[in-house]
Design a binder for this molecule. Structure first.
Ligand SMILES: CC(C)(COP(=O)(O)OP(=O)(O)OC[C@H]1O[C@@H](n2cnc3c(N)ncnc32)[C@H](O)[C@@H]1OP(=O)(O)O)[C@@H](O)C(=O)NCCC(=O)NCCS
Length: 156
């Protein structure tokens, strides 16, 4: 089974919503997802898609001037741990650098070892802590940033 990463369209909303429900205690609403997918001036969404068309993962980013903000990144459970999360995040970030972003921010639960490992691998650093930022369960968030000049490009 091969996979590709491509820009998301409105037709991917159901697949993205299914991943949200599988991944998070408070998933994004379908309205928020379709709003972001339609608003391509300021948002960038990519999907990881299997060759039979099933959406296996997605990542999103908002752009404001030269700053990016990762909205979310998630893969279906049975797809995790095979390098696809890294591939998806690299495609999203490298598109953001090309479109003029100089730095990319994100928030992450402080206990989320897999996401933290991925972000650190690509060059993100913790810049602050947001106390009790998350609910269900209540937990602090790390705010992390990666600057274009300190991004860890993949060895080709
Ligand atoms: C976070 C997530 C997107 C990572 O994607 P993934 O496909 O599982 O990760 P990859 O296989 O691409 O791993 C890339 C790197 O991440 C780190 N990593 C991945 N899983 C890890 C784990 N369980 N523990 C620690 N580090 C881990 C490693 O540095 C790994 O690089 P390596 O293989 O060279 O060691 C995925 O696990 C996921 O969807 N999780 C649920 C949703 C979520 O928490 N999203 C983040 C919200 S902020």
């Amino acid at each position: 089974m091969s996979m590709i990463v491509r820009p998301a369209t409105l037709e991917d909303a159901d697949g993205i919503y299914a991943i949200e429900e599988e991944s998070f205690s408070i998933p994004w609403s379908m309205d928020s997802i379709t709003h972001d997918l339609a608003n391509t001036e300021l948002t960038m969404y990519d999907v990881l898609v299997r060759d039979d068309g099933r959406v296996e993962g997605y990542g999103g980013l908002w752009r404001v001037l030269d700053e990016g903000q990762i909205t979310n990144i998630a893969l279906r459970q049975d797809c995790r741990g095979n390098g696809y999360g890294e591939l998806l995040l690299r495609v999203l970030m490298e598109s953001a650098w090309e479109k003029g972003c100089a730095s990319i921010f994100l928030e992450v639960r402080i206990s989320n070892a897999a996401a933290l490992g991925l972000y650190r691998k690509l060059g993100y650093q913790v810049v602050s802590v947001r106390k009790q930022y998350y609910s269900e369960p209540v937990e602090d968030a790390y705010v992390m940033v990666c600057k274009k000049e300190t991004y860890h490009w993949a060895v080709k």
